[in-house]
Design a protein around this ligand. Structure first.
Ligand SMILES: [Mg+2]
Length: 224
């Protein structure tokens, strides 16, 4: 459906929001996985930072899109460093994207059913909720780990629909991941919007096949 992103919010009955890169700043996750983990891995294995990064990026890309990618215990075992502790050490870096908290307060007060739909592992989700209190603004929290399939998979969408019952015609789904949006599109979700600035430490992304907003705040009708 080729709607102006601001029209989609008016049209929808169910609003599904991704967490990292949609509500919360992806700068936290990128800092951990691209800087901190390689630094600790390099120190633990007597390697240079560059060599550790190259080695780790190969491992990341091998399982990207799989549920294992999002499981910290998996990385603890696989890398032999305490990835859970690394997360806890830098929780002060967890934060909302600009305008996202105001957006959540706004939609929470509306008639729209607001669901968090995330690939984040429940442990990471709990950690981020403890810092931000984001769970207060949702009518339901759904981690793909509960269903055993990542959002990139059609099995996820089938399981979510069986669980919460949503109408693909009146559901608006917002996510910063193109493979995830493509998966939702394949399932039939009609209103899809991408976030073009999921990480405030990086420039705006261009070239998505989906309608984009810089941040979820831009889904609200302009007041002026
Ligand atoms: Mg995301």
């Amino acid at each position: 459906m080729n709607l102006d992103p601001q029209m989609t919010l008016e049209r929808c009955e169910t609003l599904m929001l991704d967490m990292d890169g949609t509500i919360l700043d992806l700068a936290f996750d990128n800092y951990i996985w691209k800087s901190l983990v390689p630094r600790r891995y390099a120190a633990a294995n007597g390697m240079t930072f560059e060599a550790a990064r190259e080695h780790l990026f190969e491992q990341y890309s091998a399982i990207q899109g799989d549920l294992e990618w999002y499981c910290l215990d998996h990385w603890n075992e696989r890398l032999g460093i305490d990835v859970v502790k690394i997360h806890h050490d830098v929780t002060h870096r967890i934060g909302y994207l600009p305008g996202a908290l105001d957006f959540l307060r706004n939609v929470h007060q509306s008639d729209v059913r607001v669901l968090l739909v995330t690939n984040s592992h429940p442990d990471t989700l709990d950690l981020k909720d403890a810092v931000t209190g984001l769970a207060d603004y949702f009518d339901g929290i759904h981690s793909s780990h509960t269903y055993g399939h990542a959002k990139e998979s059609q099995s996820f969408w089938k399981a979510l629909q069986d669980d919460v019952g949503f109408d693909v015609e009146t559901t608006l789904f917002v996510d910063d991941s193109q493979p995830v949006l493509q998966s939702a599109q394949k399932f039939g979700v009609e209103m899809l919007v991408t976030v073009t600035r999921p990480d405030t430490s990086e420039p705006t992304k261009q070239g998505s096949e989906f309608r984009g907003v810089e941040g979820v705040k831009d889904l609200l009708p302009r007041t002026s």
